[in-house]
Write a protein that binds this ligand. Structure first.
Ligand SMILES: O=C[C@H](O)COP(=O)(O)O
Length: 228
């Protein structure tokens, strides 16, 4: 299980360098808010660690999402991550294939992450289970669950360990990886280890519980020691 940590600036990224994957985002623009390309580039320059970039919680806008995905990959992101903020399997397939093509067209080695929301019922968006079979089938690499509304409710408030285990197993059977996130706490690391997704994503946990605060290096190190 690898640890992905989401800084919002170059300064914060310096405190996150112990993580396996540095995930650039702009939390003030949403759960998967996109940061500026020059911030992605500067964070990529900081270390040899793989860099991920969120491109936004996207409505059904395959053209816009594919340009944003291409921009993030060109700026240096090794992982490009998009959230599906709409419903409908057919529309999801179209946006996933557009984003995957935009990245793999010139960067076949890069990884495309597609996120659905644990709180899809209150978001009115596609569910993670409905999204899962559309990911690799449309050229993407990782199926992710995050919470869409960051109001303190966590992934486990919406999906229990057995459902998350089913999601992870389903992804494995589809030859795609799983990433889980959503206001995770240190106490969640034990159940997450038994669910065993390839990646877990955190921000609030390593900010001391408040994701609008700043990432603390010692908490990233603590989280790394517990996921190993
Ligand atoms: O990709 C992971 C997210 O940034 C998780 O943020 P959070 O732990 O504050 O919900």
């Amino acid at each position: 299980m690898e640890l992905l940590v989401s800084p919002s600036s170059v300064e914060e990224a310096r405190s996150a360098l112990a993580a396996d994957i540095i995930d650039v985002k702009k939390p003030s623009e949403g759960s998967l808010g996109a940061n500026f390309p020059w911030v992605i580039h500067a964070i990529k320059e900081l270390s040899d660690k793989p860099v991920s970039a969120a491109i936004g919680d996207y409505s059904f806008l395959p053209g816009g999402a594919s340009q944003a995905a291409y921009g993030a990959a060109s700026a240096g992101a090794d992982y490009v991550k998009v959230g599906l903020k709409f419903d409908g399997a057919e529309r999801a397939a179209e946006l996933i294939s557009s984003v995957a093509k935009a990245v793999h067209w010139q960067y076949p080695e890069k990884t495309v992450v597609i996120a659905a929301y644990a709180d899809y019922e209150r978001m009115g968006t596609i569910s993670p289970m409905e999204m899962a079979p559309l990911v690799a089938e449309n050229g993407a690499d990782i199926a992710m669950i995050d919470t869409g509304i960051k109001d303190g409710k966590s992934l486990f408030d919406f999906m229990d360990e057995s459902v998350l285990g089913e999601f992870t197993d389903l992804n494995r059977s589809l030859n795609q990886k799983t990433a889980l996130a959503g206001s995770l706490k240190f106490d969640d690391l034990a159940p997450l280890r038994s669910i065993n997704p390839e990646i877990i994503g955190v921000r609030g946990m390593v900010c001391g519980g408040d994701r609008s605060s700043v990432i603390r290096e010692e908490l990233v190190e603590k989280a790394m020691s517990l996921v190993r």
